[in-house]
Design a protein around this ligand. Sequence first.
Ligand code: MRU
Length: 362
Amino acid sequence: MLQRQTPLSIDWIGDVDGYLDLIDQTRLPERLEYRTCHTSDEVWQAIRQLAVRGAPAIGIAAAYGVILAARDFAGGSERWRPELARALEYFASSRPTAVNLFWALDRLRARADRLPASASADDLRRELLDEARRIHQEDREICREIGRCGAELLADGDGVITHCNTGGLATAEFGTALAAILTAADQGKQLHVFVTETRPLLQGARLTAWELMQHDIPATLICDSAAAQVMKEGRVRSVWVGADRIAANGDVANKIGTYALALLARAHDLPLYVAAPASTFDLSLRSGDEIPIEQRAAEEVAEGFGRRTAPEGVSVYNPAFDVTPAQLIEGIVTEWGVVRPVETAGIRRVLSPAQENRKLSQ
Ligand code: MRU
C-alpha cells in the first residue's frame, strides 16, 4: 500500500463556510503554489484554465465548487432546488470530456434529491460538503487500489512510457497510471519511466517529470515524436496512460497523442495499459465515437511557449483528447481489477461490484 509523502493537490479548508485550496498546476514546475478559491467562479475558472486538471481531480474540485455556490442559497427547498440545478449546470459547462466531472455532479444531485421538502439551505450545504468529502476520500483509496492492481503488471527492470499526467496532481493522491508505477517502485522493482512532453500544454514535461522527481523515480523526458524511436531501441516494455472517459465497448478518450502512442505500441508489439477508476466509465455510450471531445484555443498551439511559434492568422486544430479503440488496449486497470481483454462483457463483469456499491450508498 502506498505510503509516500505528497503535497495535497486539492484541499478543502474549514467547514461548510470554508474554502478550496488547489495546487496551481499552471505554475509548476517553477513554483509550487496554492490557488485559493472562495467563490464558485474561481473554481470554474481554475478548471477551465487547467489550474486543476486530470479527470478525477476535476470531479473533486467541481464538487467543492458547488458548495461555494451553495453559500448564497437561502430559504427552503422550493428556493434552493432550482439554484442548485443552475450551479450543477454551471460546473457541467466547465470541461466536456472527463466524465468524472458529470459523475461527481450527479452524486451531489442524488444526495440533494434525498433531502425532504422541509430541508433548509443550511441542511443542503452540510449534505453537499459531506458528499464532496466522501468523493475526495474515496478517490484516495481508489488510487491506492489501482496502484496495487497495476503494479502486478510491471516487472523489475521494466522501462515504460507514460503520457500526460496521471499522478497525484490529477487525482486526490498518487494518481492512476502513476500510482501503479509508484507502487511497483515501493515493491522494490527498478523501473525507468519515459515521459512524453505532451504537447501542446506539456503536462508530461511540467507535471509528470516533476512528480517522478519528487518521488525519486528514474525518468527521462522525451518529445512526443521520440516515442517510436524509444520503442524501436527496445527501451520500454509497456505504455501506461490514464483516461478521461471510457465507453461501454472499452474505447478510451485520453489526452491528445494517446491514440498515436497506442498505434506505435501495437506496431512494436508492446502492451498499452489504461489505468482509471470506475467513475471514468460511461456505460451510456456504446463506443468512443459518442465521446464529446474538447476543442481548445488556437493560442495553446501557436503561442504555447509564451511566444508566437506559428505565423499570425494560421488555421489551428486543437482537440484536447483523442479516442483509442479498445482493440489497441491490452488491459484497463481499475480499483476493482483489470479488464482484459478489453470488451463490453469484461467491463461489465469487473465493474459490477462498483455498481452494487453505488446502489447500496443511494
Ligand atoms: O487536459 P487534462 O490535462 O485535464 O487531461 C488529462 C488527461 O488526459 C489525463 O491523462 C487523464 O485525465 C487521466 S488523470 C488520472
